[in-house]
Design a protein around this ligand. Structure first.
Ligand SMILES: [Zn+2]
Length: 469
């Protein structure tokens, strides 16, 4: 039996100003106020209305999920329902969780990896009412430690690209990856050529019928490359950004609907999703993963680290911006630990649990009463909760889109500098210690190759606009 699965990674970064909670107007999104509105109108809503989420495998990033829940509840409900229906019909849901802040996990510390995975899983449980079985790794960035943490938190599988394995995996799998401490995890490999073609060639989404004939059924693609010279056996897995369908490619939602409900089944494919396929086909073969690789940087994870030629111009600013964030994070963590370990045995366990407060499942006071054995004064409660809030923004400042694009003067790096500024502000409120000067000094080294603005200039602009002081 030939099986077919399309996985959509649906995601938007946080766009809210951390000081006001409001999204500033975004010029490029015209006639919409911002990109969330625009992409929702072009992609999330029409795909939900067509029932596409039920036939896809997908993940919905926590920042996008929260926005949809507030701004388009009926679309949000349709998406959540899609997972419930599959769960009821197949004993497995089709939604994957996602590491919470879209952090490039191989570049994060072990402690941050653990928090990202714990928060992502908690956000998933909050929305979908069940434990996640699969987890999407932001940019498919992977290393052994990340996979081991996934497995230790009950995650059974993830999706990667074939070039992230040693040797060329023969097909989508699933494969077993053996991990430190006796753990293991299943990995699916997407068809990289076909996924990329679909993402970058808008001609391909004109007709689902042509797509199946030319690309799936042993035909030769429109470019003549012959992606699948032989008919596929086992699972054919496409994985790409969900926004491909309707936002990047106009009318892509209709293409997707035709593909999943009509043309692929007619060509003899069983349209499935990953948790269900894994249930029916447990891995029998092992594979090894190459640490520090991703799906959208040919230089490993340099695109979000020291910079590389994946982006235009001088990308040195990335190295310095990350260095500034890493130093700030270390200083914040020391202050947090000093304060909090007087009250709890494991401050990092407390941080992992704090997501319940963020999600509104629990009041801060009730959370502390549950976590801290001794009675806290009102002042003590406020200190710990404020430091936890600072840790929340400290996680948000690693959102990968801040590093993804070519220049420091763009909106995305500005957002992450704004999250850092918010974290600095909260730490000072509690401890009286300002981490601002050191951060600014480090940011001075990051320079835009387009405007010659430094990270410090961006920081000054961000804090001059804030309204909460
Ligand atoms: Zn690169």
């Amino acid at each position: 039996m030939k099986s077919f699965c399309v996985h959509g990674h649906f995601y938007q970064p946080p766009r809210e100003d951390p000081f006001t909670g409001v999204i500033s107007p975004e010029k490029g999104a015209n006639p919409f106020a911002n990109f969330n509105e625009k992409v929702n109108a072009e992609c999330y809503r029409p795909n939900a209305e067509l029932g596409n989420f039920e036939a896809l495998s997908f993940n919905l990033g926590p920042t996008l999920a929260a926005w949809l829940e507030g701004h388009d509840p009926s679309t949000y409900q349709r998406i959540v329902e899609a997972d419930r229906r599959n769960q009821a019909a197949h004993g497995a849901g089709n939604t994957l969780a996602q590491a919470y802040n879209h952090t490039i996990l191989p570049l994060a510390t072990r402690r941050d990896k653990e928090t990202q995975v714990a928060w992502g899983a908690a956000d998933f449980r909050h929305r979908f009412g069940r434990d996640p079985l699969g987890m999407w790794l932001p940019e498919m960035a992977v290393d052994q430690e990340t996979l081991e943490i996934l497995a230790s938190q009950g995650i059974a599988f993830t999706i990667l690209s074939p070039h992230q394995a040693r040797g060329q995996p023969n097909g989508a799998g699933p494969y077993r990856v053996r991990l430190p401490r006796g753990r293991e995890i299943a990995v699916f490999f997407r068809d990289e050529a076909l996924s990329n073609r679909l993402a970058f060639d808008s001609e391909l989404t004109n007709s689902a019928e042509d797509f199946v004939e030319n690309c799936l059924s042993g035909g030769h693609g429109p470019g003549g490359e012959g992606l699948y010279p032989e008919p596929v056996e086992g699972l054919c897995l496409i994985a790409t950004d969900g926004e491909t369908f309707g936002h990047h490619h106009r009318g892509g939602e209709r293409f997707l609907h035709d593909l999943l409900y009509e043309t692929a089944p007619r060509a003899g494919y069983e349209v499935t999703f990953l948790a269900r396929y894994l249930q029916e086909h447990p891995p029998t073969t092992e594979v090894e993963i190459v640490d520090g690789t991703s799906w959208s940087c040919g230089h490993g994870v340099a695109r979000w680290g020291e910079g590389c030629t994946c982006t235009q111009g001088d990308s040195e600013w990335k190295r310095y911006l990350r260095g500034a964030l890493d130093r700030l994070a270390q200083e914040m963590d020391a202050l947090y630990q000093d304060e909090v370990e007087r009250w709890v045995a494991d401050p990092w366990q407390l941080r992992n649990g704090y997501i319940q407060v963020v999600l509104g499942e629990m009041e801060g006071k009730a959370f502390l009463a549950q976590q801290v054995a001794r009675k806290l004064s009102e002042e003590g409660e406020k200190r710990i909760l404020t430091l936890l809030e600072a840790q929340y923004y400290r996680q948000a400042m690693y959102t990968s889109c801040g590093f993804f694009f070519e220049d420091l003067s763009r909106l995305e790096p500005r957002y992450i500098i704004a999250y850092a500024a918010k974290a600095i502000h909260l730490v000072k409120e509690v401890t009286g210690i300002s981490l601002e000067e050191g951060f600014k000094r480090d940011l001075r080294l990051a320079v835009s190759w387009i405007t010659e603005q430094t990270g410090e200039d961006v920081y000054e602009e961000v804090v001059s606009q804030r309204v909460d002081e």
